[in-house]
Design a protein around this ligand. Sequence first.
Ligand code: LLP
Length: 424
Amino acid sequence: SETFAYVNGRLHAEEVDLARIAETVGTPFYCYSTAAIAQRYRRFEAAVAPLGGRICYAVKANSNQAVLATLAGLGAGADVVSEGEARRAVAAGVPPERIVFSGVGKTEAELVYALETGIGQVNIESERDLELLSRLAVAHGRHMPIAIRVNPDVDALTHAKIATGKAENKFGIDIDAAPRVFARAAALPGVEPVAVALHIGSQLTDFTPYEQAFSRVAELVRALRADGIPIRHLDLGGGIGVSYHGGPAPDVAAYAEIVQRTVGDLDCALLFEPGRYLVAEAGVLVGTVIDVKQGATRRFVVADFAMNDLIRPTLYEAYHPILPVIEPLLGATTSVVDVVGPICETGDFLARDRALPPVAPGDLLAVTHAGAYGAVMSSTYNTRPTVPEVLVTGARWAVVRPRPTYDELIGLDRMPDWLAGDSG
Ligand code: LLP
């Protein structure tokens, strides 16, 4: 079932006409489909539940509280990397005990928050994290289950900026040093090492790196058990990619098969932290064409969405399909264009060398596969209002984050007293 499809010649999100949302909300805006999220969630769950796997959705991919509540309603816990994300998850109804706190460089304030809120698990990424958490846990009279995130030194075969499991990356503890750190953790008060965690990267479409990494983790678990450290859980991270080009999607069943083969006989409860897989295909960014201009060598479609709304194309050379919201005529000729925004940088593009059917100012365009790492990575650069978000379910839709007014946007600044003359 296609969530975003043309119905009577107009692109719909489920049963809602995107052009109608545009009339009410204005552009640009993000639109997410509840059905698409639920479908991905159920598919992932069906693959990992037979292995005893549970899902903690990686909040960073899309942290809108309506999205979090949708996933919580489906049974997801949350994987968070900051106090802000933890607070969003709690506010959206994720039970604190189903939240995993990951991330490099957790502050003392964040660890105190985790202890006081009853966060279910903290993933330790350094010896400093470990010592600090132990000290704080004792001071707060708490006991915190922890995972130690290891760096298995495998190449995730993905974009260099989102590969996290090579020895040269800042993440986790070198897998060879892990037995010593686990032994230290077992000896410390206030913390209980129950799990090995890893996350080797994002947008993996070739799963051989998982095979290598999980095999190394299995070896580690056996060694730790031989040392008398009873590892009961594995946190296998996220990273399963989606097909941005529309080819066959990476297969979550094949992933589960690798999990089963590598760590299936360890009798560990498994935790997964998918982000992109659950939400990427569930979102589109809709904008309006402002201008179509022919440069000396290239043709530009200038739209009202820009790199500040969706930074993935310029930051990772990412490909996102772009569709006209009004279905092009059958057999319409395409021309090759750059789809750009109004921001004063050459890196401000959503697509380059893209074959598009004819478009004119006023036409609506939808950038698809934009539900993950879209709105969450947006900014107000060029003092552009934060892009609003809409959630659809069936024939219903709601603005789940409004566009701020200009007064709200520029009103965040404060004048120091030496500039704030009383005559204004
Ligand atoms: N767990 C941990 C510890 C992570 O660092 C991440 C993502 C995930 C889970 C979820 O990974 P996913 O299933 O979404 O691949 N902004 C980039 C992606 C950065 C991913 C960072 N870590 C992008 O737009 O491609």
